[in-house]
Design a protein around this ligand. Structure first.
Ligand SMILES: [Zn+2]
Length: 217
């Protein structure tokens, strides 16, 4: 058992809110404090190149690309004190219990990811991860249309707002996605009961308690 009490920190918000910059800031602090740090990113995130976290303002940080939570679990070293994960929403939902378990072991886990999809709906397992977090850093961008604080990600296809039924593919160049405030965010063909319908579609997994080692999902 480590002396340190573990912590799960989740950095969230829309695209262009500065989540990567905040993750990098926290990783740099851990490195200054001479902690052993491992940084992971989703292999799906192919912005710029495969071995570095790239942020929209060009800051880069070395990170290990992984395609699943199981792969990340295999690569973690026993003496790693701080684990940072970029674009966590792209992982399988096993990552929720993995982060929780690492925190229970006394490690610091810093995870950055989108809280909502382009429809403005909760993104996959992110509501569960946010509920389990010891600390949530929720950041806002600036609305690309009106300049107000923005908490939504607008998806544009050929310059027009994307339709509700289009698949949730979220890695994108700046011309396909932009930050929008509630007033300027548009989703074509959105059902009136969209939120309830989307929630029913989600599988809400059971989360393991501290001390339990087996995976429940
Ligand atoms: Zn706006």
């Amino acid at each position: 058992m480590r002396k340190q009490v573990g912590t799960l920190i989740v950095i969230t918000g829309s695209m262009f809110a500065g989540k990567s910059e905040e993750l990098i800031r926290q990783v740099r602090r851990a490195l200054y404090a001479r902690k052993k740090v491992q940084v992971f990113k989703s292999a799906l995130d192919n912005r710029w190149d495969s071995a570095a976290i790239a942020t929209h303002n060009g800051v880069r940080f070395e990170a290990i690309p992984v395609s699943s939570s199981a792969e990340m679990e295999r690569l973690i070293e026993p003496d790693t004190e701080v684990i940072a994960i970029e674009e966590i929403q792209f992982f399988d939902e096993g990552v929720v219990n993995l982060c929780n378990r690492w925190a229970n072991e006394g490690r610091t886990v810093i995870a950055a990811g989108l809280d909502q999809d382009f429809r403005g709906q909760p993104f996959g397992f992110m509501p569960i991860l946010l509920a389990l977090a010891d600390e949530v850093v929720k950041l806002r961008a600036i609305c690309a249309r009106c300049g107000q604080p923005a908490s939504k990600t607008q998806r544009l296809v050929d310059g027009r707002p994307a339709s509700w039924d289009e698949p949730t593919i979220l890695i994108g160049a700046a011309e396909k996605y932009e930050a929008r405030c509630r007033r300027c965010h548009r989703v074509l063909n959105a059902p009136r009961n969209g939120h309830r319908r989307a929630r029913r579609a989600h599988h809400i997994p059971t989360v393991e308690a501290a001390g339990q080692q087996e995976r429940l999902f």
